[in-house]
Write a protein that binds this ligand. Structure first.
Ligand code: ADP
Ligand code: MG
Ligand code: MG
Length: 200
């Protein structure tokens, strides 16, 4: 079972990964975007760190993820803020009031969270977005957390030959081909942080 401390550690690991990789995320967002993805997520996850540090020590997993999601929505100006915010809010909402959740429950909740992202952004796998890492990543949770992190990373790399159909990169049409999607790269960091937290 995974308790609130596990979810605090996951968000801390995600914030640390974003901090470490912020320059790379911004570089990926430079040829096919507006070169702010790393800065956007760094601002967002720095605020998530502060919000969780100030949260009720007795807060349950679902409440912590919802707080993290709300914080991303209110602090990240780019497209990725509402999308990641929705992912965490919806996942947290699915976890409800339980003080501990099973890996199976977390997997089901993340599935609902990814669905909510797809609905909000109107994107599907193959459109060269964060969903290209989130969908295979969450599907591989049935195997293990490490498999999910690896599948998300593979999904991010697989966006290189794709033509962007959603978000800023889609304005480039054919010129979006040949570059890794920054949001898919950050989604792989988020699921990699989950794997590190679960499996060390
Ligand atoms: P912005 O494009 O507003 O500057 P960011 O640079 O922070 O925002 O985030 C860009 C990322 O957001 C893209 O690389 C892509 O993965 C993701 N994204 C953009 N639009 C969508 C969408 N409609 N559905 C899913 N993901 C999207
Ligand atoms: Mg951008
Ligand atoms: Mg922007």
């Amino acid at each position: 079972m995974r308790d609130a401390e596990f979810f605090r550690r996951w968000m801390e690991a995600a914030a640390a990964a974003v901090e470490r990789e912020a320059d790379r995320l911004t570089e990926l967002d430079s040829p096919i975007g507006d070169a702010d993805h790393g800065a956007n997520l760094l601002r967002g996850f720095t605020a998530v760190r502060a919000a969780l540090a100030g949260a009720d020590p007795a807060a349950v997993p679902g409440a912590l993820l919802q707080l993290a999601g709300r914080t991303l929505i209110s602090t990240v100006g780019g497209a990725s803020g509402p999308l990641y915010g929705t992912l965490l809010r919806r996942t947290g909402k699915e976890l409800g009031e339980a003080s501990e959740v099973s890996d199976e429950e977390l997997r089901g909740a993340l599935d609902a969270g990814v669905d909510a992202v797809a609905r909000l952004g109107g994107a599907a796998p193959g459109d060269k977005t964060m969903l290209d890492a989130l969908v295979p990543g969450v599907a591989a949770l049935g195997t293990s957390y490490r498999a999910a992190g690896d599948a998300a990373e593979g999904g991010a790399l697989a966006t290189v030959p794709m033509l962007a159909r959603k978000g800023r990169a889609s304005y480039l049409g054919e010129r979006s081909v040949g570059h890794e999607d920054p949001g898919a790269a950050s989604a792989a960091l988020l699921l990699g942080a989950l794997a590190d937290t679960a499996e060390g």
